[in-house]
Design a protein around this ligand. Sequence first.
Ligand code: COA
Length: 415
Amino acid sequence: MIELRGIERDEVPAFRAAVTFGFGADELPEAEFTPEAVDAFLDVAALATMMVGVDRGRFVATFASRDFDLAVPGGASVSMAGATMVTVLPTHRRRGLLTGLMERHLAQAARRGQVLAGLRASEETIYGRFGYGSAAPCYALQLPADTVAVPPPVGDAGGAQPALRLVGADEAATLLPPVYDRHWRCVPGLLSRTPAWWQERLLRDPEHRRRGATARRHVVAEQGGAVTGWASYRQLDNWSAGRADGAVEVEDLHAFDDQARRALWHFLAHVDLYPNVRWGDCALDDPIFLEVDRPRRLITRLQDTLWLRLLDPAKAFEARRYERDGEVTLAVNDPLGIADGTWHLQVEEGRGRCRPVAGPAEVTLDCRAAGAAYLGGVPLLTLARAGWAEGASDAVARLDGMLRTARAPWSPEHF
Ligand SMILES: CC(C)(COP(=O)(O)OP(=O)(O)OC[C@H]1O[C@@H](n2cnc3c(N)ncnc32)[C@H](O)[C@@H]1OP(=O)(O)O)[C@@H](O)C(=O)NCCC(=O)NCCS
């Protein structure tokens, strides 16, 4: 009999070792298990829950969750329980351990009043059954800068171009967080970042995470004395073809206006000896696809990023804003029973009111479809054609129009 339970602080090292093993990585170095390292891990991870499956004293399954605020359309944000560190040992797979832990996680998150549940998936086959939908697909992009021309930077109305500056991690850790804090709610799909999270992303850079590439480098775009964007990246050299064929691997790229965006793309595509720009999290509507001279040479793969699951549909639909007014009666069909219900959603001047109703719904959404459509990036019409939503075509089209947003949601955070 396998016991599913939470863990105590002195079990954190065993928990981390089990997570590492579960993902098939080498053992963590000893330095990761000192009391100070455990403190740092708990601080950065800021986990709301840590659970395990235990078989004869051994951790055979792990599951953790961390609370975020998620930016939703219209500049607002909403609470999201983010699942992470999910593993089951190969000896114990497909026996329902993930299912048991996930059901506990979702029930706890709903009890704690989290409006949404979210995660990044290692495989796209795993989480639909638990009501999650892929809400902010992006392109994993490779740009061969030796054959594709990226246009030069442009200036603002007064002709001024952003200045680019390479900064060390310490300076980046001072410069970037306040800028991110001012902007992240304007981009649906972005997540709140804590000071400890920045610490982890900028200052901690252990060798075993670099996969042969350099330490992180940071380039900052500044205009009028203010930071308007940045890219954090690594360089991976490659001389195997008898010539320099290295890669610039982008880890974090934010640009808060088009001048910064153009300048950063141009910089990344012009690092001598490193002509391959790789970025796993390029927004679907990034103008780079129009700006390069040879878009056919870009290598793109459609990639899911944030998977969302509604826990409290009424609060979720009231939290976001809408670009089109309208009203519709909608039902969410949740096999786990958490988000089940029927509501009348009325949007006036971009604000939604969601009241429970008893009657039949005009549109019934599978729980996965509700998560996928919530940020406005995945058209409800398409979800309905795939059989994930049902209703008269005019009602589906009406709700589709209400949920859609002009800009694609974008969720590059790995957690
Ligand atoms: C993914 C993982 C956690 C699944 O754990 P598990 O305990 O085997 O999952 P369960 O037994 O609860 O499976 C529940 C259902 O999901 C299906 N499922 C689970 N993992 C799946 C996968 N990777 N691909 C396809 N289906 C999967 C099972 O077949 C089962 O289906 P059924 O209900 O129709 O029988 C485990 O395989 C693992 O640790 N993988 C390596 C690490 C990893 O990828 N973690 C996820 C990080 S996001």
